[in-house]
Design a protein around this ligand. Structure first.
Ligand code: ZN
Length: 277
């Protein structure tokens, strides 16, 4: 993250040091602005949960894989709504890294962000939330899953310096996507502290929720693919329970196709899927 004011870097540093848990990181791996913040040690958003729509998940999968291939950070914005401490993201825009530096550049997405803010204000949506995110390719750092000091200071600045986020007209959180870990973090300017969302799930069109990796929780691609791929009931089961209508059958078949497509995107096909049913 570029162009972070010194005051926010100092304030973020003090916030993290004051909470005590990050002191060790600054003592052992102090890379200045790039010091990795031990994200697993951030406090949890109480009962916090992030739900990704199928569309958002699929796009993030592409962002993750392409960024890894390019060995460069890509930027993305997610938009959605909050319900209590649950955040549901159903929209995404993202940008490849076009610059010479491997560092994420948020500028190509500013136009999208501004038009989203205008739209929210016009329709008077009260529960809108934006996530400002970027990738950390795992090839670039052994601390790829962590936010850097500059990342966190940048998130603080984005909230403090923009009335729409500062006043809470639209909520703001931040994200790091690294090796299929979906790490989300929230800065509370009243409490002056950073919090993590310790539960992130993919919600399929059927409403089923599949846990994803975040912080300490690790879910492999195969685990996700196995949960996505569930063969529909057999002919025999259907006979016992009554034959579904044609409309229902075609819905089932569309869902099955979508699931298989999603599995392919994860790089796992039913042929090399060793789980049997
Ligand atoms: Zn970063």
């Amino acid at each position: 993250m570029t162009n972070v004011k010194q005051e926010y870097i100092n304030k973020t540093y003090r916030t993290l040091i004051n909470s005590g848990v990050q002191r060790k990181r600054f003592e052992t791996v102090n890379y200045g602005l790039n010091t990795p913040i031990d994200a697993k040690k951030l406090k949890d958003v109480p009962r916090g949960k992030v739900i990704l729509s199928q569309e958002v998940f699929e796009q993030l999968l592409t962002v993750n894989d392409e960024s890894e291939k390019a060995r460069a950070e890509f930027s993305y914005i997610l938009t959605g709504i909050t319900e209590g401490q649950t955040v549901k993201f159903d929209n995404i825009v993202w940008a490849r890294n076009q610059g010479n530096s491997a560092e994420a550049d948020f500028t190509p997405l500013l136009g999208n962000l501004n038009s989203y803010i205008r739209a929210v204000q016009q329709i008077g949506e009260q529960n809108a939330i934006v996530c400002n995110g970027h990738t950390h390719p795992k090839k670039l750092s052994r601390f790829a899953e962590d936010f850097s000091l500059a990342d966190m200071a940048g998130f603080m600045q984005m909230k403090e310096d923009n009335a729409v986020f500062k006043n809470g007209n639209i909520e703001l959180c931040s994200g790091i996507m690294s090796d299929l870990n979906f790490n989300f973090c929230f800065y509370d300017d009243k409490m002056q502290d950073f919090y993590k969302f310790n539960d992130v799930v993919l919600e399929l069109e059927t409403g089923e929720q599949i846990p994803l990796s975040c912080y300490d929780r690790k879910v492999s691609r195969t685990d996700i693919a196995n949960k996505i791929y569930k063969p529909e009931k057999s002919f025999r089961d259907n006979l016992r329970q009554g034959v579904p209508t044609l409309t229902h059958q075609s819905q089932i078949s569309i869902q099955a196709q979508r699931r298989l497509a999603l599995q392919r995107e994860l790089g796992i096909t039913s042929e090399n899927n060793d789980r049997t049913y």
